[in-house]
Write a protein that binds this ligand. Structure first.
Ligand SMILES: O=C(O)CCC(=O)C(=O)O
Ligand SMILES: [Fe+2]
Length: 524
């Protein structure tokens, strides 16, 4: 029996995005497609004589494919090389293959020139033949970046990714008459930058870890077009609601001070000292104003203008007992699970529009990001604290970056800097507008947060130092009240060296707009 490896590979391409193993099973029966049907669960089911019924899905010991010669199939039409929509050719001509590859490369294969070629047709589907092909395929893969490592129990699925990658790179990216309009710099950057790209793609990382995978392992994720910042990064929706409008900043701080549960009465102050927690889980925290405008919104002479903002001191407040001891310990532990690495500053802009982290001599601490890649962000304690901050600020948690967990050993510091990142003004997430800083440990000596341009309320001199204390929080704005997209440089700050002990802390940076998708796609 002649083996229709052309339809095999096309079927594989079409299905393997969701389930590569299933697609191979489907593929091995592709020449008898009429004998396969979809069951009530939506799964493809084929007659028993088409698929082995043991779990060795690659096993095929009859001789029903003997297409030893790749040229044998050259003249055959690929039945899967079709457009599934009448507008495919129009869309392809308007650049949709590049702009919308997820749909177009599968749904408009013909117009996008994303059909299987001789190599693909000749792919063998038995385990033995796969193994025999392996050196050849791995060799071909070297054209597209780092040589790929394939072993372990995911070797078969990884090989499927490799086949898919070669097909995509050869027939679509480097097609003779490409239908995409990718720039030379994107093409040059579209390489696998790690030997495990194919493996990671095989275990679903292209979707779990979009920012890294779709740019640094783009061939394996079939995502060269996403290297381009404008394709990968969603624009800020026209109707996006800003977290703060002009004048909201002052009103927010005034409200936070007035409503702090521990500040209300003498009795609540006692409860705060006892670290009591309210029924809804909110601790009886107290708020202490370190610095604020002297003329407040209800006062005569109050204005919403740059001159007025400059004539007043910026807000800086602290919260005592904002977190319970258990919450602090759990957050530190989450940081350990993620792994504390040497902290980096915002570095140079990369070809994909992201900004590299650069090791800096002015920041010697270690940090870990509590992202959702490993479920940290959705851990109940991390989530509870995000929700608590949301309650205090009245700004939704989607606007909060993942917690950046910090660890300073003796002698470590972060020299004076500002948290506002100017280029983010034009990004979907908008700039950082507030820093909600959490102290997770007591520190024996040193390790304070210094705000050099803020007047210390006790000494009356410039240079406020907030000392760490387990469960305490510190909040300051990075922007002005009259125009909350604009940086207020007066909240420059530093992490003073730890002299003794270890300082654990966490940054919760609040953006003007939703930052979740921007962060996930590496667009911040
Ligand atoms: O550790 C501190 O006290 C401040 C840290 C800081 O400013 C930062 O991580 O951006
Ligand atoms: Fe900072």
């Amino acid at each position: 029996m002649k083996f229709t490896s052309l339809s095999l590979f096309s079927a594989f391409l079409f299905n393997s995005i969701n389930d590569p193993l299933a697609s191979l099973a489907l593929a091995s029966s592709a020449d008898k497609e009429q004998e396969c049907k979809v069951d009530e669960n939506g799964n493809q089911v084929c007659e028993a004589n088409l698929l082995d019924d043991d779990d060795d899905y690659l096993h095929d010991d009859d001789d029903d494919f003997v297409d030893e010669d790749p040229s044998n199939d050259n003249t055959k039409e690929d039945p899967n090389c079709i457009d599934t929509h009448e507008l495919c050719s129009f869309w392809a001509s308007t650049g949709e293959c590049a702009a919308n590859p997820n749909f177009m490369l599968q749904g408009c294969k013909k117009s996008c020139n994303n059909c299987s070629d001789n190599l693909s047709r000749n792919l063998q589907s038995t385990k033995e033949k796969l193994d025999a092909e392996k050196p050849h395929l791995l060799n071909l893969m070297k054209q597209y970046g780092e040589a790929q490592k394939v072993d372990g129990d995911k070797a078969d699925v990884t090989m499927l990714v490799i086949k898919k990658t070669i097909d995509y790179m050869k027939n679509y990216i480097y097609a003779e008459n490409p239908t995409h309009h990718l720039s030379q710099s994107v093409l040059d950057a579209c390489t696998n930058n790690h030997e495990l790209c194919a493996f990671w793609a095989a275990i679903g990382e292209c979707e779990n870890n979009i920012s890294f995978m779709q740019t640094k392992c783009a061939p394996s994720c079939q995502s060269c077009s996403n290297i381009d910042f404008n394709t990968r990064c969603p624009k800020r929706p026209e109707d996006a609601v800003p977290a703060l409008k002009p004048n909201d900043l002052n009103l927010m701080f005034e409200r936070i001070v007035a409503t702090a549960p521990g500040n209300q009465t003498e009795a609540t102050q006692v409860l705060a000292q006892q670290k009591a927690v309210q029924e809804d889980g909110m601790p009886y925290y107290t708020v202490h104003v370190q610095s604020s405008p002297t003329i407040q919104s209800k006062d005569e002479g109050y204005q919403v203008s740059l001159d007025f903002d400059k004539s007043q001191d910026p807000w800086v407040i602290t919260f005592e007992n904002f977190l319970t001891d258990e919450e602090c310990e759990e957050l530190i532990e989450l940081g350990h699970k993620e792994g504390y690495d040497r902290s980096k500053d915002v570095g140079a802009k990369a070809a994909d529009g992201s900004y590299d982290g650069k090791i800096s001599t002015t920041r010697t601490s270690k940090n870990a990001w509590c992202s959702d890649k490993n479920g940290c962000r959705s851990h109940p304690v991390a989530k509870r604290i995000h929700d608590r901050i949301q309650k205090v600020l009245g700004i939704p948690t989607q606007n909060y970056e993942d917690f950046q967990m910090l660890r300073y050993e003796k002698g470590q510091f972060y020299r004076t800097h500002h948290d506002y990142i100017p280029h983010q003004k034009d990004r979907a997430c908008g700039p950082r507008i507030l820093t909600f800083f959490l102290y997770l440990s007591d520190v024996e000596e040193g390790g304070g947060t210094g705000l050099g341009q803020i007047t210390d309320p006790i000494t009356g001199k410039k240079g406020l130092v907030v000392n760490p204390k387990k469960g305490k929080a510190l909040l300051w704005p990075s922007i002005y009240n009259h125009d909350p997209m604009e940086k207020d440089g007066r909240t420059n700050h530093e992490a003073i060296s730890v002299e003794d002990g270890v300082k654990f802390a966490a940054n919760a940076w609040v953006h003007m707009y939703d930052v979740i998708e921007t962060q996930k796609r590496g667009c911040t």
